[in-house]
Design a protein around this ligand. Structure first.
Ligand SMILES: *[C@@H]1O[C@H](CO)[C@@H](O)[C@H](O)[C@H]1NC(C)=O
Ligand SMILES: *[C@@H]1O[C@H](CO)[C@@H](O)[C@H](O)[C@H]1NC(C)=O
Length: 261
């Protein structure tokens, strides 16, 4: 299992000290590592990675108004970009995770659902994949040439316990510029409570650019490639005005030295 722990752990540990979260049926409802596509998202226990029995996993999804994802929902989400390097329960006590980008660190170079099969022992502890069609508005896979991205409910205050991941993917050879129009996210010194994170990557594992909170308008951010990921998280208390930003794709002209001229 060690290979699955990867880099995420560093930030997990940081976040574990954070604010109180909802607690019900013996499960903390946090959602630090959520990827979201077609209503399917990943959850882990507040206690950390791989801590949910199948029964608890069912309770997590139900508590959030959804249900545990089926194999076909997970596969549909994978096909539009869901890539999570953590094994979780899905329907009928099956365990696995969706892989989009082949990599040795995660999924042994395989692309598809890495499937551990139906588990006979439902007391094993994993993460979970939930399905909640209503949560689509927050996050998703964006492929337009430009688009506004805003916190859920904007310009009203955003709500507690939101997690949204936006994966931006424009044409090969293009790059992405983020420009912030408005930014007001609950402030604390280390941005542990509520924050927006930006990754120069298609996932929230590599290419960390920055974590933002408070009401200071961040500078423009430009990707090095044709993808970018934004992740917004709010905890169980105190909200603020939220944010609005726009991304724009532009044609990248490679430096001449890369072309050998
Ligand atoms: C089922 O899994 C749990 C957690 O890994 C373990 O403690 C327990 O011994 C297992 N039960 C059986 C019958 O293997
Ligand atoms: C960007 O490149 C595409 C093809 O690679 C071209 O069709 C398009 O006109 C270019 N856009 C600009 C603004 O140069």
């Amino acid at each position: 299992m060690m290979h699955l722990l990867s880099l995420l752990l560093t930030v997990c540990v940081l976040l574990k000290e954070a604010q109180p979260w909802g607690y019900k049926n013996g499960i903390f409802h946090n959602s630090i590592w959520l990827e979201q596509a077609a209503g399917v998202y990943h959850r882990e226990s507040r206690h950390g990675r791989y801590k949910l029995t199948y029964r608890e996993a069912l309770a997590v999804c139900k508590y959030e108004g959804g249900s545990i994802a089926t194999y076909s929902q997970l596969e549909a989400a994978r096909q539009i970009g869901l890539h999570v390097c953590s094994a979780g329960w899905f329907d009928r006590a099956r365990v696995g995770y969706p892989i989009n980008k082949p990599g040795s660190r995660c999924g042994h170079g395989k692309v598809g659902i890495v499937d551990y099969g139906y588990r006979l022992n439902k007391s094993e502890r994993w993460d979970v994949y939930c399905y909640n069609a209503k949560s689509k508005e927050c996050g998703g896979v964006l492929t337009e040439q430009k688009r506004l991205i805003q916190s859920p409910g904007f310009p009203d205050e955003y709500q507690d316990e939101q997690i949204c991941s936006w994966h931006i993917r424009v044409r090969l050879g293009q790059r992405v510029r983020l420009h912030f129009h408005k930014f007001d996210v609950e402030e604390d010194t280390a941005c542990l409570a509520d924050y927006l994170e930006v990754y120069d990557s298609y996932d929230d594992v590599s290419g960390f650019v920055g974590r933002f909170c408070g009401d200071f308008l961040p500078d423009d951010i430009v990707s090095t490639g044709n993808v970018m990921t934004l992740k917004f998280l709010s905890d169980a208390s105190v909200t603020a005005g939220g944010f609005k930003l726009q991304y724009t794709a532009f044609n990248s002209s490679l430096p001449k030295r890369w072309l050998g001229v």
